[in-house]
Design a protein around this ligand. Structure first.
Ligand SMILES: C[S@@+](CC[C@H](N)C(=O)[O-])C[C@H]1O[C@@H](n2cnc3c(N)ncnc32)[C@H](O)[C@@H]1O
Length: 265
């Protein structure tokens, strides 16, 4: 792998530990909606998790009975996935022996290292916007079986639902030049719905209860933070910590979130 793809993958490589510890999973309703909209039962399905990262979606699909092929170009991200998911023939920690094994493949979602027609689902969990919009979907269609589905999903802070969260996002937008999120006017969900034949779209609200330090690890795992020097990132985090501790002295946040889910063929 070389060129721009390698550079993109490196963005998350720098924050892989924070990503693994800080990022939230997806609420159960997301998985129910995936099946309802796509018609694909997760139990027994073969799913290709493209841009699998540290394996948040990989493990959730596996826990629901899917055989998962996890694909990502970032070695540090995949290392977390392998360690936690029992990939490449290892048994996962935590006694999940009955779950199907996970295959972890270092590769490019724009040129999947898979044969045609192997998958019931091609999943992009917070990842499709990092890929080439046309090449990725062409590849997804190539590896899908007839009746299979392509799923994109993204977890967002729902800033409009809480004044403190809106203020938090606004301060990030002011301080971090590469910030991209709900506080910038041109922000929108990744346009996957215009890249495939849409079967259905859903917005799924949920609430994340999280400690301040955990929430700040999540902040560090965003690509716009990874673009800062370590010193600058520390300063931004320290300011957010002070503000959040002052506003929530008990140290726990109730964060309004929402998942955008798009299913297509
Ligand atoms: C925001 S993370 C998403 C990780 C995980 N799916 C999740 O739900 O948290 C985006 C991932 O996309 C990966 N990625 C970037 N370019 C890619 C490409 N061309 N093909 C496959 N994955 C890619 C990155 O390495 C990173 O792990």
């Amino acid at each position: 792998m070389s060129g721009p793809l390698k550079d993109l993958a490196r963005t998350f490589d720098r924050v892989a530990d924070a990503y693994d510890e800080g990022r939230p999973g997806y609420p159960d309703e997301v998985y129910r909606a995936m099946t309802e909209v796509s018609g694909v039962e997760l139990d027994g399905a073969t799913a290709v998790d493209v841009g699998a990262g540290t394996g948040i979606m990989t493990r959730a699909l596996r826990a629901r009975g899917s055989r998962v092929i996890a694909v990502d170009p970032g070695e540090p991200m995949l290392a977390h996935l392998v360690a936690k998911s029992g990939a490449r023939g290892q048994k996962p920690a935590g006694g999940e022996e009955r779950a199907a094994p996970v295959a972890a493949v270092m590769g490019d979602g724009n040129a999947l290292p898979l044969t045609d027609g192997v998958a019931d689902l091609v999943m992009y969990a917070q990842s499709w916007h990092w890929l080439d919009p046309a090449a990725s979907i062409a590849e997804a269609r190539r590896v899908l079986r007839p009746g299979g589905a392509i799923v994109g999903c993204w977890n967002f802070n729902h800033a409009a639902q809480a004044d403190w969260l809106a203020a938090y996002e606004t301060r990030l937008a002011e301080e971090v030049p590469t910030y991209y999120g709900p506080a910038v006017e041109e922000w929108s969900v990744p346009p996957i719905a215009s890249a495939f034949e849409v079967v259905g779209e859903r917005w799924i609200p949920w609430t994340r209860l999280v400690g301040i330090e955990h929430f700040l690890l999540d902040l560090r795992s965003h690509s716009y933070m990874a673009a800062l020097s370590p010193e600058r990132a520390d300063e931004v985090v320290a300011r957010r910590r002070a503000e959040l501790r002052a506003a929530f002295p008990e140290g726990v946040l109730s964060v309004p979130m929402r998942v955008y889910l798009a299913v297509g063929r």
